[in-house]
Design a protein around this ligand. Structure first.
Ligand code: F0G
Length: 361
């Protein structure tokens, strides 16, 4: 189990083990979206759809490594704070390993699909009267007291697994286009992926597998109502200022204190990237744009595409750029947001005649 060299584990030379607790994860599609490419106006646009992982988000790439580490350490209880996806992935990988899992969620702010996953996979779910950042403070407190093994992206082994997003993008893009992408645009919450991608690029450059000038520009996107990373980039800060009040339809990235900011901000700057915030209506429009190409994503994921459109309109992104947008979670994660963004079902009477009449209206 796990020694099949597929997905994430195909890259085990870059990972701390040869194999992990696997379902298996990784090897996600790099979709072409020709109409969206045309309407945004870049040379190439590919969508790396991480929603196609086993539990429907990129978190699986981190958990396959992180839960393996927990097994090695022989811990009793795994824990995380989560806006939803981390809890779903931890519950599934914890179940796979036969370990107890505890998840702390901000009450009323987690999408239905994610709670359903954590619940069915057998996690103990605590709903906290507070936002994600408060949940993370508590879980860190539990870990400090030796009560649980922390599997948020503060855990460096999670980020080792998430590096493979970068490896897959670079390999697949080069195979299809004969060069590496100019830019990778991604949604940012705790900035774990941003930090992981930067580490991936640095290791490739150090090993002589990627030229410094070929490193893609890391471009982070946040929701306007939760944008401490954008503020830090605009003001030249070394760490983010904690936002106490955060709000957005993209509940996955409803985060005011991105814990990986000190690792991610240098990555955005060193690669020549940037950070931008987008409105909730821009996020929903991008979610519809992707859906029209057959790609179903949750709101936080659509932020990457909304951010690219905004940066292209502002002239920050050039028309001749090759861009990859990361979509981090599947549409079914947040069925309520999807239904609200889509069209309503129409009631009809129970006969062919009635249906024909209705269609003719
Ligand atoms: N997109 C989705 C769908 C997410 O679930 C998350 C984070 C992010 C983007 C942000 O990624 O933290 O690496 O910048 N979700 C975490 C969770 C916080 O608890 O599921 P990041």
């Amino acid at each position: 189990d796990g020694f099949d060299g597929r997905g994430v584990w195909r890259y085990n030379v870059a990972l701390p083990f040869e194999a992990g607790v696997t379902l298996p994860e990784g090897d996600t599609p790099l979709h072409r979206v020709p109409r969206l490419r045309e309407s945004i106006g870049v040379r190439n646009l590919r969508i790396k759809h991480e929603g196609m992982n086993p539990t429907g988000s990129f978190k699986d790439r981190g958990m396959t490594v992180g839960v393996r580490v927990a097994e090695e350490l022989g811990v009793d209880r795994l824990a995380c704070a989560s806006t939803g996806n981390t809890s779903a992935a931890l519950a599934a990988y914890g179940a796979r390993a036969g370990l107890q899992t505890l998840v702390l969620l901000p009450a009323g702010k987690v999408a239905a699909g994610k709670i359903a996953q954590a619940s069915l996979h057998g996690a103990r779910i605590l709903e906290v009267d507070g936002n994600f950042d408060a949940c993370l403070d508590i879980v860190q407190g539990l870990a400090d007291r030796g009560e649980a093994y922390l599997l948020n992206s503060l855990n460096p082994f999670r980020l080792e697994g998430q590096k493979t997003i970068g490896l897959e993008i670079l390999e697949a893009f080069r195979d299809d286009h004969g060069r590496f992408p100019d830019r990778i645009v991604l949604p940012v919450g705790n900035a774990g992926n941003t930090a992981a991608l930067y580490k991936c690029f640095r290791e490739l450059v150090a090993g002589g597998d990627l030229a410094e000038e070929d490193v893609p520009k890391l471009t982070g996107v946040q929701a306007e109502g939760a944008a401490p990373m954008v503020e830090a980039i605009e003001e030249g800060l070394e760490d983010t200022r904690r936002w106490e009040h955060v709000e957005t339809i993209a509940t996955a990235i409803r985060i005011g204190n991105p814990v990986n900011a000190p690792k991610a901000l240098p990555g955005i700057r060193a690669t020549g990237g940037t950070a931008v915030s987008v409105s909730d209506s821009g996020i929903t429009a991008a979610q519809r744009d992707l859906a029209e190409e057959g790609v179903g994503v949750e709101p936080a994921s659509a932020a990457s595409v909304a951010g690219l459109r905004k940066l292209r309109e502002e002239g920050v992104v050039d028309a001749d750029e090759d861009v990859v947008c990361l979509t981090t979670g599947h549409l079914l994660k947040d069925p309520d947001a999807a239904a609200a963004a889509g069209s309503d079902p129409e009631p009809v009477a129970n006969s062919t005649e009635a249906v024909l009449e209705h269609l003719a209206e």
